[in-house]
Design a binder for this molecule. Structure first.
Ligand code: TXA
Ligand code: MG
Length: 337
């Protein structure tokens, strides 16, 4: 694997030229977006797209998001572009919003998992933008992790999960949003726009632009049934360790005493003013900031850290309720095993 480090803010185009060419040649290239690292391949090349599914170990029933660098390119992947799409694109792109729209005929069905709708997004990360411009092809990219595991927010996470399965890793440092994009479907507009996956662009922000949404992101969908969105799979975003969300009313002391006696190291993740990590006789205590954006940015890093530490269990203090925490809650509930 070639691991190229580039400046996260102002990447040298020269450094990205070979990776862009690799995308054009049908190779896999992992690259940073502002949400999580993506595992990219040319979206118009079914053989390249097949490599994504193979590297991730992902079922072919889960469709992929296609990344582009302009609204015109996004539009060209669709066969209908309602005015809501245009308004949302102008308001939130480039950024962590994915729009699902009726598919143009030239988008391979392997990208959409056989669905007549395609998911499109213009990422905001300067490295992703430069790479997409240079490659000059639409790039299908799921999160660059093995199926059901935690999404990568650093190049090291990608290297650990997929290092022996990919040729290129573009390293643009840690990602800034930290959770996957909000996914909104505009493909059945007569029934209204529908939130498929909550993200850090929250419902209120979307509704301010296009009015009320339908939401089914909270539904749990059976693994075996073809589903509208793989983000709805029940177990997803999960570390190796057992995940328990602790609501503050249950006694942590009892649990820690048990862990110490069982000699099973645990990680306690608590809310605090700032980030920190400390070793204890029973394992480690990691503190995450109480502010939702800062928390979201660090959550996956902490879940990766839990596995790195070899913990058997992670006890996560329940974050607050409310709109700003909805995406965090969604991912936590899917990480719980
Ligand atoms: O932030 C992100 O969205 C990251 C970065 C790399 O862009 N990508 C990502 O991809 O999270 P992935 O494959 O892990 O999740 C894809 C999500 C699914 O959960 C699903 O909601 C939606 O995109 N999706 C993709 N194609 C779709 C389609 N044709 N119809 C409905 N939903 C689709
Ligand atoms: Mg994913």
């Amino acid at each position: 694997m070639r691991w190229i480090k580039v400046d996260a803010v102002a990447p040298e185009r020269q450094d990205l030229a070979d990776a862009a060419q690799a995308l054009r040649d049908g190779e896999l290239v992992a690259f940073p977006t502002e949400t999580v690292y993506g595992l990219g391949a040319c979206a118009l090349d079914p053989l390249a797209v097949a490599k994504i599914f193979e590297a991730k170990g992902r079922p072919a029933t889960n469709p992929l998001i296609v990344h582009v660098s302009t609204i015109e390119q996004a539009r060209a992947l669709t066969c209908a572009w309602p005015e809501q799409a245009q308004r949302l694109a102008l308001a939130f792109w480039p950024g962590p919003l994915t729009l699902v729209l009726p598919r143009a005929a030239h988008v391979p069905l392997s990208v959409t998992a056989g669905l007549e709708q395609v998911a499109v997004r213009i990422p905001a990360h300067p490295v992703a933008r430069a790479l997409l411009e240079l490659a000059d092809v639409p790039v299908a990219a799921p999160s660059a992790n093995r199926y059901t595991q935690v999404s990568p927010t650093r190049a090291e996470h990608v290297a650990r999960a997929l290092g022996d399965r990919i040729k290129w890793l573009v390293d643009g440092g840690p990602t800034s949003v930290g959770l996957e994009s909000t996914v909104l479907s505009l493909s059945a507009l007569e029934q209204g726009p529908e939130l498929l996956r909550p993200g850090m662009i929250d419902e209120a922000a979307l509704e301010a632009i296009i009015g009320p949404l339908r939401s089914r992101a909270h539904e749990r969908v059976d693994e075996e049934v073809a589903r509208p969105s793989p983000g709805l799979a029940r177990k997803h975003y999960a570390p190796q360790a057992r995940v328990i969300v602790w609501d503050g009313s249950s006694s942590l002391d009892e649990r820690l005493a048990f862990a110490a006696s069982a000699q099973e190291p645990v990680v306690v993740v608590a809310l605090s003013e700032r980030l920190s990590e400390q070793a204890h006789p029973w394992g480690w205590r990691i503190e995450l900031p109480k502010e939702p954006h800062a928390y979201a940015r660090e959550l996956y890093r902490v879940l990766h850290r839990v596995d790195e530490l070899g913990a058997a269990e992670v006890l996560i203090q329940a974050p607050p309720d409310g709109d700003a925490w909805r995406a965090v809650w969604d991912r936590l509930s899917r990480a719980v095993t």
